[in-house]
Design a protein around this ligand. Structure first.
Ligand SMILES: CC(C)(COP(=O)(O)OP(=O)(O)OC[C@H]1O[C@@H](n2cnc3c(N)ncnc32)[C@H](O)[C@@H]1OP(=O)(O)O)[C@@H](O)C(=O)NCCC(=O)NCCS
Length: 276
């Protein structure tokens, strides 16, 4: 592994610590997870990590040994940037915006995607775009160009040891993820969501702030659940289903299955329209 140039406040002691732990990376990661409430994992290329002591966390933080790119330069991207900085003291090398490059946002350079993969071909990436289908397509583009998706888990997230989160997913502050929850790739779980037992959230889904999802629910690929919505429970072996590309409006209470490609809203949630 080459010494990364994108990390701030890097010093020789930290580098030595990394070298000492590199032969036993799994143990180093377990130590990190037991000591800290924040993590940034390199999932696609094994345990190519740097272990670094941070005064803020008084423990060890797990640092990616590659430059970090954030796809997007809007509100969600600034939030992801803030979490990366606050939790991990990581400074992204660039934000990506194909339509409005050549500026800085939150003191980070904004460049195009094409520019990014030329300058940082081995970078880690977080896709910070709120729209689920758009995020899906950008994610696959980044993977096919050889970039590595990170999983970003903010401090203040509680997650059961029986739950799992796929690469590229972003879990924001204040969220609780309970027993046997399976979260796919490139999913956004925004601030203060509550995900109860036996919930499956497929790839590229988006949960806005303060979504409450009771147990035994299956949310299919690219579905979006609006801010403050509530999804009641299904039952074991018969989960309540929210279909592919469905959109649940803000504040809705979902009490029955939502078909694919359908927008629902209200209490209880009823279809507004469908493109199925
Ligand atoms: C549901 C939603 C997608 C509908 O948007 P839209 O297609 O533009 O719908 P419109 O604003 O044209 O409203 C259509 C009708 O639905 C109603 N409606 C819209 N959103 C509603 C909601 N969340 N709850 C209840 N009724 C809603 C409108 O009042 C309107 O009713 P009317 O025809 O009787 O006047 C949108 O309102 C919404 O809730 N988006 C989620 C936003 C969110 O959570 N963002 C997260 C950011 S992190």
């Amino acid at each position: 592994m080459t010494r990364p140039g994108s990390l701030r406040n890097w010093n020789d002691n930290e580098w030595q610590l990394h070298r000492a732990s590199k032969d036993r990376p799994k143990e180093a990661i377990d130590t990190f997870l037991s000591w800290c409430s924040a993590e940034l994992e390199v999932l696609h290329r094994g345990y190519q990590v740097v272990i670094r002591r941070t005064p803020r966390l008084e423990g060890f933080a797990l640092m990616a040994a590659r430059p970090l790119l954030i796809y997007g330069a809007g509100g969600h991207a600034r939030e992801v940037l803030g979490i990366a900085r606050a939790a991990l003291n990581v400074e992204p090398v660039a934000l990506l915006d194909d339509f409005n490059p050549g500026r800085t946002v939150s003191n980070v350079e904004v460049i195009t995607y094409a520019d990014a993969i030329t300058r940082f071909p081995d970078a880690n990436i977080l896709i910070a775009i709120g729209d689920s289908p758009a995020r899906k397509s950008l994610y696959h583009r980044a993977l096919s160009d050889g970039l590595t998706p990170l999983t970003l888990r903010a401090p203040g997230v509680w997650m059961s040891s029986t739950a799992s989160v796929g690469p590229g997913s972003q879990i924001f502050f204040g969220t609780a993820i309970s027993e046997n929850v399976v979260i796919g790739e490139n999913v956004i779980i925004n601030f203060h969501c509550s995900i109860s037992h036996d919930v499956v959230i497929a790839d590229h889904c988006t949960l806005a702030p303060r979504v409450t999802c009771a147990g035994n629910v299956a949310i299919d690929c690219c579905a979006t659940i609006g801010v403050g919505a509530t999804v009641i429970n299904g039952s074991a072996g018969k989960p309540l289903k929210i279909g592919r590309n469905a959109f649940v409006g803000a504040g809705a209470v979902v009490i029955s299955d939502v078909p694919a490609e359908t927008v629902v809203a209200g209490v209880p949630a009823r279809p507004l329209r469908s493109s199925a």
